[in-house]
Design a protein around this ligand. Structure first.
Ligand SMILES: Nc1nc2c(ncn2[C@@H]2O[C@H](COP(=O)(O)OP(=O)(O)OP(=O)(O)O)[C@@H](O)[C@H]2O)c(=O)[nH]1
Ligand SMILES: [Mg+2]
Length: 242
């Protein structure tokens, strides 16, 4: 019998990192535990000064299902994800997952998220549907997050409760369709924009409840400019569609 050609991994998890040295090894291990056999974890590191990139290289050398994309500059989450998506699509990915590398997104939800894309094209880990939630955040952070999602929901007229979260599983067809080259958003707006485009393109989007935890270690990259970007980019998305 001729040997079967090597299968390309079906499920790719993209982990963007900037100064996640304390979290990276543990999160990669935990993610791998919850993925099917046909999987790849792609770390996208923006030249973190804390040595995250070197840890990523070591993990990739030790496990063939881990790889690293090194980028020279910190440009925000959006460009890091776009670069990762392109590598995953070129690599034959069928499902592409976004998730934070700081344990805010519990890897034990991965099977549920993947399973949800059997009946949908995009599954969103959602804090704002029954069964979802947030632990540990103070009132200000909650307000920004919930307010941001509500603002985007109303401004864009979308039936989605959690538009700013970054724990999502896309079927490849979605990323092939939504024209990644014209997405410029860098922060939370990036999450809003990918979901908005998916819905406008007619894809089925479902929300899967998740409980979001505060980051395990390291420091936040959340900033006023990320919030400000989301404020103006959300109406800009709508205007561009007109
Ligand atoms: N490659 C890359 N990764 C980034 C960049 N900014 C943030 N990240 C990563 O994106 C994920 C989410 O960023 P966080 O700093 O946790 O932002 P956040 O979740 O809004 O803030 P916290 O709740 O305080 O953690 C983490 O894995 C970060 O390391 C960036 O510019 N480039
Ligand atoms: Mg975080």
């Amino acid at each position: 019998m001729p040997e079967a050609p090597p299968r390309t991994p079906d499920v790719w998890v993209i982990l963007p990192t900037y100064n996640e040295a304390e979290n990276l090894e543990r999160i990669v291990g935990a993610v791998l535990e919850h993925l099917p056999e046909s999987r790849r974890v792609l770390i996208v590191d923006d030249n973190s000064p804390d040595g995250t990139g070197e840890i990523a290289d070591r993990l990739a050398a030790a496990d063939e299902s881990v790889s690293v994309l090194h980028r020279k500059l910190k440009e925000g989450l959006g460009p890091a994800y776009l670069a990762g998506f392109r590598v995953a699509l070129d690599g034959g990915a069928e499902r592409i997952i976004e998730m934070d590398a700081d344990f805010s997104h519990d890897p034990s939800y991965l099977p549920r998220l993947i399973e949800a894309t059997e009946r949908a094209d995009l599954a969103i880990g959602s804090r704002y549907v029954p069964g979802g939630g947030i632990t540990e955040w103070g009132p200000m952070r909650r307000f920004i997050s919930r307010g941001g999602s509500a603002y985007a929901r109303v401004a864009l007229g979308l039936p989605i409760r959690d538009l700013t979260g970054g724990f999502k599983c896309f079927r490849r067809i979605v990323l092939e369709t939504i024209d990644l080259d014209t997405i410029e958003a860098r922060g939370y707006a990036f999450q809003v924009e990918t979901t908005y485009r998916a819905i406008k393109a007619g894809f089925r989007v479902v929300e899967v409840p998740i409980v979001f935890k505060d980051r395990a270690d390291g420091t936040s990259k959340m900033s006023k400019s990320i919030v400000a970007e989301a404020m103006w980019r959300v109406p800009a998305m709508r205007i561009r569609r007109w």
